[in-house]
Design a protein around this ligand. Structure first.
Ligand SMILES: NC(=O)C1=CN([C@@H]2O[C@H](COP(=O)(O)OP(=O)(O)OC[C@H]3O[C@@H](n4cnc5c(N)ncnc54)[C@H](OP(=O)(O)O)[C@@H]3O)[C@@H](O)[C@H]2O)[C@H](O)CC1
Ligand SMILES: [K+]
Length: 507
């Protein structure tokens, strides 16, 4: 259950550790860790390896200089692209520069980062080490340095980022400077002291690659309690239940999916089929528009009109294809008036964003409630833009969970699950196959099904997101995607994943 720490928390840990260590010890340990990771990726005949080490003007650059010295002594052909500090450098960086100069590594004779870009493009490198910027990047990478980053991004060799891929915000996973900035795309990131949320959400997964954590042998007591962590079966697996012989359909709860305005009947069907396949005992698909007599592909579903449905009789999944007409808002109000556990998705969230009275009703409920917004739905609920949500996903998810007194699943690359108390979990499963129509309906049906089977709200959200992503990962592993996977294909894969979860981790 990997803890995640913010830049501020990392700085505090670093400061506390440095008080107990000789000057520069942490940077030397970081350099050793960087070199070990690079050596794992180099060919056995290391003398043939051509390694380009990018050393930036700050202490991330100091880590890179230490790394370069180790790789040079190990026999690799190391070329250092050194961007000298603008002013006085930290003493540990000065010492690192000394060690690099007295190692077999050679310094490229460049007048500017633009020359460095040409050097990066002009050689068949075995591996690149990115020590341009780490957690100290304070402004967008621009000019010649941006040209260098783009040249490195065009390379096809492994790229090991030290601490953070240069240009990526370690707290949010956004690119520093947004569209005005650039970030290096690493194949591997060795991050120091502790893992960071920005490596796993927003642009993080596309830029950090495989993340390895090196705690630099800092004592555990110097780490504060983590407010964020990576999702993990250990956080929810204990809630999975193996089926007893002496059970019946009433033993596994009921789910009612409320939605399906005219022309949008597919959404509640997807959610309802998922609820059934993930273990709910009875599933109703309640349509705002005309209800089909039955679902030919899944006749087990019970199709009903949403008007007149008794909302107190099942766990509610409200929103798939609901539309935003007045009748839908009235139905949402009735549903929120019940004390049934509820999952709110899609148009239910848009109606909530537009209706203060509905938000007040939600805040008064005592029953478990999970919201599943994508960034635009989150933006509407927060009254900001989707770009602002994506610029700081952890903050947006926390704000929604606290304002609406619910567990919030903020979907996207590195989906975030936020609790009312501010705790954040970053999901680790899933892939671009999920970026297609209907996958949100599938997720909401899955979360509703777990609530109906007695899962606590928090664990239902964690497991729902994890299983949803795992199903997509399994389909891609089997060669079926990610291009072209349809939401309904996730459903049998979710059923397989939840049975494996119950078999291996359940009770
Ligand atoms: N201190 C330690 O014991 C350890 C540090 N670790 C490593 O240190 C970095 C953080 O180092 P820091 O010096 O705080 O910051 P960075 O190296 O990430 O970069 C900041 C320097 O870069 C300059 N800068 C900032 N933005 C730009 C830009 N857009 N273009 C050019 N230059 C930029 C900045 O100069 P300013 O003018 O902004 O002051 C700094 O010179 C951390 O990530 C670790 O890698 C070890 O991990 C642990 C020990
Ligand atoms: K870096």
């Amino acid at each position: 259950m990997t803890p995640l720490f913010t830049i501020a928390e990392i700085r505090a840990i670093e400061h506390a550790a440095a008080q107990r260590l000789p000057a520069g010890a942490l940077m030397q340990r970081a350099g050793q860790a960087g070199a070990n990771e690079a050596l794992d990726l180099l060919p056995f005949t290391i003398s043939r390896a051509r390694v380009l080490v990018l050393a930036g003007p700050g202490n991330n650059g100091g880590d890179a200089l230490e790394t370069a010295a180790h790789l040079g002594h190990a026999g690799a052909q190391v070329t250092i692209l050194h961007l000298a500090p603008n002013g006085a450098a930290a003493p540990e960086r000065v010492a690192a520069l000394q060690r690099a100069r007295s190692s077999p590594a050679r310094f490229a004779d460049i007048a500017s980062a633009a020359d460095g870009a040409a050097l990066a493009s002009g050689t068949d490198w075995t591996l690149v080490v990115d020590g341009l910027f780490g957690i100290g990047l304070a402004r967008p990478i621009s000019g010649d340095v941006a040209t260098l980053v783009e040249a490195v991004n065009a390379l096809r060799c492994p790229i090991v980022a030290l601490d953070v891929p240069s240009g990526l915000d370690a707290d949010t996973g956004a690119i520093v400077g947004g569209a005005g900035g650039v970030a290096l795309r690493a194949t591997h990131t060795i991050t120091f002291i502790a893992d960071k949320p920005g490596l796993h959400t927003a642009e993080g997964r596309d830029h950090a690659g495989i993340v390895i954590v090196s705690n630099l042998d800092i004592e555990r007591e110097l780490f504060p309690p983590a407010r964020a962590r990576l999702n993990d079966v250990a956080l929810f697996g204990h809630c999975a239940r193996r089926r007893r012989h002496s059970s019946h359909k009433g033993s596994h709860g009921s789910v009612a999916v409320i939605g399906g305005a005219p022309g949008m009947a597919g959404a509640p069907i997807l959610a309802a089929r998922t609820a059934l396949a993930s273990g709910a005992g009875r599933v109703y698909a309640c349509f705002i528009g005309e209800a089909p007599a039955f679902d030919a592909a899944q006749p087990e579903l019970m199709c009903r009109s949403a008007q007149g449905y008794d909302f107190s009789s099942a766990v509610l999944v409200i929103g798939p294809g609901m539309g935003s007409a007045a009748a839908s808002a009235a139905l949402l109000g009735s549903a929120l008036g019940s004390e049934s556990p509820a999952v709110l998705d899609a148009d239910a969230l848009n109606l909530l964003a537009a209706g203060a009275a509905l938000r007040a009703q939600l805040a008064q409920r005592g029953a478990p409630c999970i919201l599943t917004p994508h960034p635009l739905e989150a933006a509407r609920l927060l009254g900001i833009s989707a770009a602002q949500v994506q610029a700081d996903r952890p903050a947006a998810a926390r704000a929604l969970a606290q304002q609406l007194a619910a567990t919030v699943i903020l979907k996207g690359s590195g989906t975030l699950i936020a609790a009312r108390d501010g705790a954040i979990v970053v999901n680790t499963t899933g892939n671009p196959a999920l970026a297609t129509a209907g996958t949100g309906d599938v997720l909401s049906g899955l979360c509703g099904s777990l609530l109906a089977q007695g899962w606590p709200e928090w664990e239902a959200a964690l497991a729902g997101v994890w299983l949803h992503g795992m199903a997509a990962d399994v389909l891609v592993t089997e060669g079926a995607g990610p291009i072209g996977i349809g939401a309904s294909e996730l459903i049998p894969a979710i059923r397989t994943a939840i049975n494996r979860l119950a078999a291996h981790h359940g009770s």
